[in-house]
Design a protein around this ligand. Structure first.
Ligand SMILES: NC(=O)c1ccc[n+]([C@@H]2O[C@H](COP(=O)([O-])OP(=O)(O)OC[C@H]3O[C@@H](n4cnc5c(N)ncnc54)[C@H](OP(=O)(O)O)[C@@H]3O)[C@@H](O)[C@H]2O)c1
Length: 321
């Protein structure tokens, strides 16, 4: 089979396409023909092992996984002897942000982890585009008690995490202000955003409004700049650690000393988020946002594009195309 060969940390150019033997499913695993997977910012961080602590996840001196890839949508082609929940022919999607080597034509995955069947009306590419960003968005909302009618601001609303965060907030009945470029207003309206701010024309931290929650899905702001925009009891959350890891520090200190708090999402339980995501998809409440699609041979080009930090929603790799 064809696969991305991941042997060292560094820039995308180090990833070479290789031929290797198809893996075999262990007793508790399924073998999946990978039809679609995202190339996402977690993949980029793992590829370069930046920040350095990524090595605790991926391997201290070199990558522990044969290929890159943290999510997939595909078809089960074989199951291990102990697997009762899936059978060959099942259309499934799966997520493991510690790496599942899905940038390859085939991979194996434990049947009891974050894997489930794809709702009927979703293509493989659409399903793949609903996983990674929505997983992190789920853990923004899991940290707070978002109520219908509350006001939320989402910065970086066009990213994989941001576009899912807007949709999850709308799912809970929030009033959403989305920050993006003017060219993406129509997209954000279609995802449910109520108000829009073009960050190339207006600094959202200077506006004269207050919110119950500010979710910075792209990590470009800070609690210091956003504090004024929070109502008393309001919460700021970012997908990034912030300068010198300040968001971690603030998440420990603000509950003790401030009426406006910082929380830091800890997205550990992937099975919980994936099953919630599947439910939203089945209810027609989560739309895939796809920017570009690439063949496996274009892996390096695709990684380079994702590293620009300017993709809209998701970049999809089609390993079996
Ligand atoms: N905490 C975690 O566990 C975790 C996990 C995964 C990712 N992350 C981090 O979360 C961040 C977002 O990830 P992602 O995959 O959603 O990113 P992404 O898809 O690469 O999205 C970036 C988006 O942000 C927009 N953007 C860029 N600069 C902006 C600005 N100054 N103001 C508003 N929007 C801006 C871009 O739109 P334009 O092109 O229009 O500017 C683009 O659509 C990344 O920094 C990533 O490293 C954290």
């Amino acid at each position: 089979m064809k696969a991305a060969n991941w042997t060292n940390y560094g820039p995308p150019e180090m990833l070479k396409l290789t031929e290797r033997e198809k893996p075999t499913a262990k007793d508790n695993e399924v073998l999946i023909k990978v039809m679609a997977a995202t190339i996402n910012r977690t993949d980029c961080a793992m590829l370069r092992a930046k920040p350095f602590f990524m090595r605790l996840v991926t391997g201290l001196s070199k990558p522990g996984k044969p290929s890159t890839g943290t999510d997939l949508a595909g078809e089960v082609v074989a199951v291990g002897e102990a697997v009762k929940s899936f059978e060959p022919g099942d259309r499934v999607f799966a997520f493991e942000d510690l790496g599942l080597s899905s940038h390859a034509e085939y991979t194996t995955f434990p049947a009891d982890k974050a894997i489930c069947t794809i709702p009927d009306n979703f293509s493989f590419a659409d399903a793949a585009a609903c996983v990674e960003g929505a997983h992190y968005a789920y853990y923004f909302l899991d940290k707070v008690n978002l109520q219908a009618g509350q006001k939320v601001l989402v910065n970086g609303a066009t990213g994989a995490i941001g576009s899912a965060t807007v949709q999850l907030c709308k799912y809970h009945g929030a009033v959403v202000t989305a920050v993006c470029q003017g060219k993406d207003f129509e997209l954000l309206r279609s995802l449910g955003a109520d108000k829009l701010i073009d960050y190339t024309r207006e600094d959202f931290t200077k506006i004269d409004q207050q919110f119950d929650y500010i979710f910075d899905a792209v990590g470009k702001s800070s609690f210091g700049k956003c504090k004024r925009l929070l109502k008393p009891g309001g919460v700021y959350m970012s997908s990034e650690l912030g300068r010198n890891g300040e968001n971690i520090l603030y998440s420990l200190l603000t509950p003790l000393f401030s009426k406006k708090k910082v929380k830091f999402p800890i997205p550990l339980d992937k099975k919980k988020s994936l099953f919630f995501i599947r439910q939203m998809m089945a209810e027609g409440k989560l739309k895939p946002v796809i920017d570009r699609q690439y063949k496996l041979e274009q892996l390096v080009e695709a990684f380079n594009y994702v590293e620009t930090g300017q993709k809209t929603g998701n970049v999809i790799l089609l390993p079996s195309a």
